[in-house]
Design a protein around this ligand. Structure first.
Ligand code: SF4
Length: 375
């Protein structure tokens, strides 16, 4: 089993806070898909004959491109590997791109999970985030998606300029009131060199502080869990059976193959695990779709241990104390002291020799990982 990821790097314009790899040149879409077909053929031996667990179209904004391009690529892949009724096929979409006709077309090409970049149901907040859609667009799109897709996910963001706890609570209630099968909650982070980062540095904009954001995150976890969503990863909540199969596979260190500029891959062959990524350049990608690789490395035992700890904590998968002892760099006594301290803070639970992150520990998962790794 393998998962596939396609990075479709086109957006109408860059949102002020976004540092993803993307371009705003829609005129290159056709050439991009020609290059994607070449790259896919060149990687056929890496997934041919396998059964595909999940396909994820991310970006960028995949809903900007015609579904006919998605259909052609899926048809190429289905000639190489098995896409079954069980294969999760997710497409990331923005509300302003979706009409009933485009939703019908996406359903017809085989997409069975739509991940909608709602971000907020407040027009004031959407404006503060620099998003192009309105709250009414978001509600309409989610409702129309329900009629066509068995699984609908929405992204919400907290920490926008001027956002209060009351505004965030109303966003959360609007979100779970619609009852999407999956909700992702992100805290707005200031990424270097973005427009928002420059504005904040110049004092033109002011964002809620760290403690206010943390309180919003805790409110999300509390209200969504009360509404029977399972908090299965730091930023992700799902109704029973509706976790993202693609994302969960990548956190569980299962193999996935990425296509398109800036896409990452993780492959396992016998005892060897390899990570590689494509170059973050559309120009390089179009010039050499099969060869524009940025880095490639076979993981050392130490890297594998670090990944296992870091990724397991994200999804609250337990880690045995024996396993941690083998990889911890500062010895058993130091590890025991670290475990005691983390338990006292309430961030981990240790039972029958198994260490698990607590709900309170989710917010500190990175810190817990670095303590357990003693980096
Ligand atoms: S639509 Fe998404 S990917 Fe595109 S610029 Fe905005 S946040 Fe980034």
């Amino acid at each position: 089993m393998i998962c596939l990821y396609v990075h479709i790097p086109f957006c109408r314009e860059r949102c002020p806070y976004c540092d993803f790899f993307l371009v705003t040149k829609a005129g290159f879409v056709e050439r991009f898909f020609e290059a994607l077909a070449v790259e896919t053929a060149s990687k056929a031996s890496l997934f041919a004959g396998q059964s595909i667990k999940a396909i994820h179209f991310g970006g960028g904004t995949p809903s900007l491109v015609s579904p006919s391009f998605i259909a052609a690529w899926l048809s190429q892949v289905s000639g190489l590997a098995e896409i079954s009724a069980e294969t999760e096929i997710t497409l990331e979409a923005n509300p302003e791109d979706l009409s009933p006709a485009s939703l019908d077309a996406l359903q017809a090409v085989g997409v069975n999970r739509l991940s909608i970049g709602v971000q907020s149901f407040s027009d004031r907040k959407l404006k503060a985030l620099g998003r192009a859609h309105s709250s009414a667009d978001a509600v309409r799109t989610v409702s129309e998606a329900f009629e066509r897709f068995p699984s609908v996910s929405i992204d919400l963001m907290c920490g926008a300029e001027g956002e209060t706890a009351a505004e965030w609570e109303s966003d959360l209630r609007a979100a779970f009131g619609l009852r999407p099968q999956h909700i992702s909650v992100y805290m707005l982070t200031l990424e270097e060199k973005t427009r928002l980062w420059r504005d904040v540095r110049k004092g033109l904009r002011d964002l809620p502080g760290e403690e206010a954001q943390a309180a919003m995150y805790r409110m999300a976890a509390e209200l969504l869990c009360e509404a029977e969503y399972r908090h299965y990863e730091i930023s992700n909540f799902a109704l029973e059976g509706h976790h993202s199969r693609y994302n969960l596979a990548s956190w569980m260190r299962e193999p996935y193959l990425g296509f398109g500029p800036a896409a990452h891959s993780f492959l396992v062959s016998g005892e060897t695990e390899t990570r590689f990524s494509n170059a973050s350049s559309l120009t390089k990608y179009l010039a050499d779709p099969a060869g524009a690789v940025d880095f490639r490395e076979a993981l050392t035992d130490e890297q594998r241990f670090d990944e296992e700890v870091f990724l397991s904590l994200r999804i609250r998968r337990s880690l045995s104390v024996g396993f941690l002892r083998k990889g911890h760099k500062l010895g058993h006594q130091h590890l025991d002291a670290v475990l005691d301290t983390l338990q006292e803070k309430g961030w981990i639970a240790v039972e029958s020799g198994e260490v698990t992150l607590t709900e309170a520990g989710f917010l500190f998962a990175d810190l817990v990982a670095s303590e357990l790794l003693s980096d």
